[in-house]
Design a protein around this ligand. Structure first.
Ligand SMILES: [Zn+2]
Length: 250
């Protein structure tokens, strides 16, 4: 639920046209932007604008944060929820950006997710964010991965199940997700999903999200049930978008 202050902040952020210089940044750094149809692009820009203007972006480890970083990171956030009505990332207030990989007091990644849960902070390395966008077909996108974690914890639990759109969706979600997760854990050969997804259910959801947006056709072919579940959650069908873009919707 949005508080009244947040609501005014959000409304102010949504005001005015989308900045033309942000479009230049997107064309240069975010490959999927050009391929978006008009309607999707409009929703995407709207979400991006609000995200970029309502979250606090903080440079760390000597990084001077610039407009490009802010827009590119916001693009990952907007891509995930472009088609989902309503507000997202409400618990998230701050995005901390390091120049390259960082060490956190505590040591690994997990500490950072713990923070994401408690303080509404996401920590990213700009190098990793950039690498994620430079290849949009390898199923690896750090910014989308971390933001999928934020969607996951919106319901207060970091368990690989975000808040679903209808109650009846939870049972099929649990069935399909756990089967796919156990399948990835047991897999001997290379899969569409990165093996990191076998770490736990939360990582599975984040890794599946990366593959859903970056390798949608492979995922649709290899794991049709998992793919269909993510289509329902994200309310978008990236494989069909690709089919349409390349002519012929087979
Ligand atoms: Zn993760």
């Amino acid at each position: 639920m949005l508080g009244i202050i947040d609501w005014f902040k959000r409304r102010a952020a949504a005001d005015g046209p989308f900045p033309e210089e942000w479009r230049l940044i997107l064309r240069e750094h975010v490959p999927f932007y050009e391929g978006m149809g008009d309607e999707l692009r409009e929703r995407f820009e709207e979400k991006l604008k609000v995200f970029a203007r309502t979250k606090e972006f903080v440079g760390a480890g000597g990084l001077e944060l610039d407009e490009t970083m802010k827009v590119v990171i916001s693009a990952a956030a907007a891509r995930l929820v472009a088609n989902i009505p309503g507000e997202h990332y409400e618990r998230l207030t701050e995005i901390v950006v390091y120049p390259s990989h960082y060490r956190h007091p505590g040591d690994d990644d997990k500490v950072v997710f713990g923070e994401a849960h408690t303080f509404g902070t996401v920590v990213l390395s700009w190098d990793a964010v950039r690498a994620g966008f430079s290849n949009e077909r390898d199923g690896h996108n750090t910014a989308m991965h971390e933001l999928a974690h934020v969607l996951d914890i919106e319901d207060g639990r970091f368990d690989g199940t975000p808040e679903l759109h209808r109650f009846a969706a939870y049972a099929p979600w649990a069935n399909v997700m756990s089967e796919a997760y156990l399948g990835l854990r047991a897999a001997k050969r290379k899969q569409v999903l990165r093996s990191y997804g076998a770490t736990n259910e939360a990582e599975f959801f984040a890794v599946a999200t990366e593959a859903f947006f970056e390798k949608p056709k492979q995922l649709r072919t290899r794991s049709p049930e998992l793919y269909a579940l993510l289509v329902e959650y994200y309310m978008t069908d990236p494989a069909a978008e690709l089919d349409a873009r390349h002519g012929g919707a087979r």
